[in-house]
Write a protein that binds this ligand. Structure first.
Ligand code: TYD
Length: 213
């Protein structure tokens, strides 16, 4: 059985990752892979219920961080690990980097606590590192001002989307810090260009890993 692949997609709200997730799923399927498309928070019935709460109800920052990780634990055990075990390719719209960026950077929540939660929640003893992380994280990097312009006038914003641009500057800095800590896992995509150029980079990053012809 071939090893599964785990690819996550990150970026501030409005960075435009959604169309490229769908495009990459299609390209990988055309290359013969079985693709599981999923998202965080969410991906299981329970985790989707937690998503509805955490994206809409005001709450304490620790509660918010714990719910993100609670949703993640269910998702990891019920969807991600079984898919990787079958040799499937998992495309996940956001994963733990989003918690470090939004709850850590955006909300200012203690990164050490987040690291402890990450270690508990993503523990997979069979792995050499003992910790499940994406094999590749595509980070759609876009200036917060430009993301705000793109979001204006779109559908009704949720709790995060309605944050001021200053919040997204901190979220972007949170992503940058995660990338600096683990440069080998990240591919930074300049999302401020025309869609075809962004797509060429997305495809290129996956080809560079040898996962697409
Ligand atoms: P998003 O992925 O942008 O989905 P949609 O395109 O449907 O809006 O929305 C998820 C939101 O949840 C986004 O604002 C980021 C936030 N989020 C966190 O704050 N922490 C996390 O750990 C995750 C996974 C998401």
């Amino acid at each position: 059985m071939s090893a599964g692949l785990f690819i996550s997609f990150e970026g501030i709200d409005g960075a435009g990752k959604s169309t490229h997730i769908a495009g990459l799923a299609e390209a990988l399927r055309a290359a013969g892979r079985t693709v599981v498309l999923t998202r965080e928070p969410g991906g299981t019935p329970l985790s989707e219920q937690l998503r509805a709460l955490v994206l809409n109800d005001p709450m304490d920052p620790l509660t918010e961080a714990l719910l993100m990780f609670a949703a993640r634990r269910e998702h990891l055990l019920q969807v991600i690990e079984p898919a990787l075990g079958r040799g499937d390719t998992v495309l996940c719209d956001r994963f733990t980097d989003a918690t470090f960026a939004y709850q850590g950077g955006g909300r200012g929540f203690d990164a050490e606590v987040l690291r402890t939660l990450e270690t508990w929640v993503q523990a997979v003893p069979a792995l050499p590192t003992g910790l499940r992380q994406p094999d590749l994280t595509l980070w759609f990097d876009l200036a917060p001002q430009e993301a705000a312009r793109r979001l204006a006038g779109a559908r009704a914003p949720d709790k995060f989307e309605s944050q001021p641009v200053e919040f997204f500057r901190r979220v972007a800095a949170g992503y940058q810090a995660r990338r600096d800590a683990e440069p080998g896992r990240f591919a930074r995509i300049d999302a401020g260009r025309p869609r075809e150029d962004v797509w060429a980079d997305v495809r290129g990053a996956v080809q560079a890993k040898g996962w697409l012809p």
